[in-house]
Design a protein around this ligand. Structure first.
Ligand code: IDP
Ligand code: MG
Length: 139
């Protein structure tokens, strides 16, 4: 089922470096509607749960440490073809390979500290949105 929704996090490096406003402006100017949003922080435990799919990868420990290193902004976004459209807006995982003008090309520091998360499928968008938001927090 296509829901036209995706899930994002503005990651600790982008929050720390003062990019929340610019990134949210880019997201809304690109036609995404904000369905839910919160400023929060992951613990090592909750970061590990969120990224459990990557637990066998060599960078898992680094990823958990980084994602729990400071506050994040989590949000559910809505637009036609949201998952694919948002992945295009954020650019490649490695910012040196991200298209010019994408959020990662503009704001990411490294392949680990890459400024922003975007769900990779409708199924994961639903799982990830549910991880952060209850029914009462969505509009
Ligand atoms: P994605 O965020 O573009 O979907 P994934 O492969 O799903 O990329 O990886 C999840 C996150 O793990 C990345 O966004 C990045 O923060 C981190 N990551 C990915 N590859 C590496 C790596 O080679 N070294 C360190 N961290 C990485
Ligand atoms: Mg991914």
């Amino acid at each position: 089922m296509t829901t036209n929704r995706t899930f994002t996090m503005i990651k600790p490096d982008a929050v720390q470096n003062g990019h929340i406003g610019s990134i949210l402006a880019k997201i809304t100017e690109s036609g995404f509607k904000i369905i839910a949003m919160k400023y929060t922080r992951l613990s090592k435990e909750t970061a590990g749960q969120f990224y459990a799919i990557h637990k066998e990868r060599p960078f898992f420990g680094e990823l958990v440490d980084y994602m729990s290193s400071g506050p994040i902004v989590a949000a559910i976004l809505e637009k036609n073809d949201a998952v694919a459209g948002f992945r295009k807006l954020i650019g490649a995982t490695d910012p040196t390979k991200a298209e010019p003008g994408t959020i990662r090309a503009l704001y990411a520091k490294s392949i680990a500290a890459n400024a922003i998360h975007g769900s990779d499928s409708d199924a994961n968008a639903a799982i990830e949105g549910d991880f952060f938001f209850s029914m009462l927090e969505r509009f």
